[in-house]
Write a protein that binds this ligand. Structure first.
Ligand SMILES: C[S@@+](CC[C@H](N)C(=O)[O-])C[C@H]1O[C@@H](n2cnc3c(N)ncnc32)[C@H](O)[C@@H]1O
Length: 285
């Protein structure tokens, strides 16, 4: 299922289908993209970049990997995998895109779960992120996944070719998503709920805001409908100082917090955190 098994990648310059030839992906107009030694491809042309090194930095990526590898978010990925398994029950062949996959924890976990439980299905899975360090790390996790540097604004996949798009704590681009989604295809959004990591935020900030996920009022005009909303809420149990440090580094909190707030959090020996997550399932009509 690595890049050679994914047949719906599109040239980011002209939208033509990309074919594999001699460690390159090429379109009929002669645009070519090298496959890195680690097995991923960079489909983010300079004209789609809004900064020199877009997306998460290497430090953020490593902190996220170390944090997620402790398994503390396993109930989140497990519920997500369950939802996907239910959706694909009647499909033999499908394409799944993890849009904003980061360092690939969720993509890898889900693919291993689906492969173990749905052995007769033909799955093609793409992990897409705008951060090159993130995709570089992701490619080490699982050689079966097609790892791509690119943007959710214009995902480099053919129109109407993806069955399910996951966007886990990621940058949501409904315009980009709906174009590549098949009619009847689904988007699963995983977003922080109002009490997500509240104990840590109370230490960092003097005024903690309880924000709900964005209202999806504009969906109908884009041919998308909200099918289901589900909340998941659990306590992590004690998280040690290393994990607190990683969690701070991988989220905007580290940069948003003032000096005192950051210091107070970094001095904690441990903390028991609330994970409050909202799953929303959208369908393209
Ligand atoms: C909060 S992280 C979530 C990563 C992963 N889904 C997870 O939960 O572990 C957000 C990710 O979105 C990526 N990102 C930001 N803007 C993006 C864009 N326009 N297109 C694709 N990825 C983007 C970042 O590089 C980062 O890896």
């Amino acid at each position: 299922m690595s890049l050679d098994k994914i047949h719906n990648l599109a040239c980011p310059l002209d939208g033509e289908v990309l074919q594999l030839s001699n460690q390159q992906l090429r379109c009929t107009n002669g645009h070519s993209f090298d496959i890195a030694r680690q097995g991923y491809v960079n489909l983010l042309p300079v004209q789609q970049k809004r900064s020199k090194d877009p997306g998460d930095s290497k430090d953020m990526v490593l902190a996220r990997s170390n944090f997620l590898n402790t398994g503390v978010y396993e109930p989140v990925v497990s519920l997500l995998a369950d939802k996907i398994e239910t959706l694909i029950r009647d499909q033999d062949k499908l394409c799944l895109l993890d849009a904003g996959c980061g360092e690939g924890y969720y993509t890898d976990w889900i693919v291993k779960y689906l492969e173990a439980n749905n052995q007769n299905k033909c799955l093609s899975v793409v992990g897409l992120d705008i951060s090159k360090p993130a995709i570089h790390e992701a490619a080490k996790r699982n050689k079966q996944i097609g790892w791509v540097v690119g943007t959710n604004r214009q995902p480099p996949l053919l129109a109407d070719s993806v069955d399910i798009i996951l966007c886990v704590f990621g940058f949501q681009s409904f315009d980009g998503f709906k174009t590549i989604l098949k009619p009847g295809g689904r988007i699963i959004l995983v977003e922080p709920g109002p009490n997500h990591l509240t104990e840590l935020r109370e230490i960092i900030y003097s005024d903690v805001k309880k924000t709900e996920p964005m209202a999806l009022t504009h969906l109908a005009s884009m041919g998308l409908v909200l099918e289901e909303t589900q909340k998941l809420n659990f306590k992590t149990g004690p998280i040690d100082n290393d994990s607190i440090r990683n969690l701070l580094l991988m989220t905007p909190h580290f940069y948003r917090a003032n000096k005192e707030g950051r210091k107070a959090a970094l001095n904690l020996d441990e903390i028991d955190l609330t994970v409050d997550v909202v799953f929303r399932l959208l369908k393209k009509i």
